[in-house]
Design a protein around this ligand. Sequence first.
Ligand SMILES: [Zn+2]
Ligand SMILES: [Zn+2]
Length: 366
Amino acid sequence: MTMTLPAFAQQDTLPEIMRAAVLFGPQDIRLIDRPLPKPHSGEVLVKVAMCGTCGTDLKIYDGHFPLTLPLGAFTPGHEWTGTVVALGETVDEFAVGDRVCIEAHHGCGRCDNCLSGKYTACLNYGNPTKGHRATGMTADGGFAEYVVHHVSALYKIPPQVSFKDAVLLTTAGTGLYGLDTAGGYIAGYDIAIFGPGPVGLMTVQACKQLGAASVILVGTRTSRLEMGRRLGADHLINIRARDPVVAIRELTDGAGVDLAIECSGAVETPQQCVQVTKRGGKILVVAFYPQPVTLDLSAVVRSDITIYTTRGEGGNNVKRAVSLAAQGRLRGSDLITHEFPLEDIAEAFRVMRERIDEPIKIVIVP
Ligand SMILES: [Zn+2]
Ligand SMILES: [Zn+2]
């Protein structure tokens, strides 16, 4: 028997027009009708079930993201999940009806970094003519009814993983990629995680599931810290009440932690990481900062500390996140505090910026 690839397979009843949120200028996002995008070779069309919002979306919304596409023609949204409804040419990895979640980045596949697997550091970042796409950042994203994505950055989700859990797996991939880069083998480690935002909270769960001896979660907001406890953190430190350096030294009998993970993006935190990491330990930075930060690099050298950084969810780590979720070891849905329909996306951004009703993860449902 010979197998032939379907040149183009799609669900029977696809509309020609879809609703999509389009950025027209700083803090001017409008819901408009757009033609249904067509998947090219290697791509699929996905009907979006929901799309998460994050700090990067606020930067894009405010006009502070360097590579934002032309105004009036760009749909943001880079943390989405949904169902495949059409296949581009050559696609046999997925079928119509598959439920999927994503990595945001599809590398060009031809630069030195892509060839060595570091596609989030693609040397052709932001250059679509070379094949690079970062959904919702340098290509149209998921604040829409439908979105096109390359199969290289797409993962099937099993039936026991809900869309609400799956929409956080892109976020989980950021922490897992960082752990991967920092050596991966963390069983028995004492770990401090700074910043109980969505990345920090997914990383708390990942560290516990990968065998960390103890996870100390450091933050400022009680509701987020308490969520961290529910997800497995052994110790909580609210820096409004306690100096985290003193508290972590106490909790580790003066030695410090094996690994400090910086997810907060607060400019004072990198130096605190230096002060709480034990001799020969590791610091992992996955946050972005509003300005340059200062830290005592001599202390890092003196203590033989290694600093790792990673950007986003690379190294196929969303695949690992899907596996952990399928085993019931990673819960995303707990972090979803707010849901908004697509037409209320501007209100969702306002709620996120003004932190109304203690949001952790706000999702948009088209
Ligand atoms: Zn994000
Ligand atoms: Zn590349």
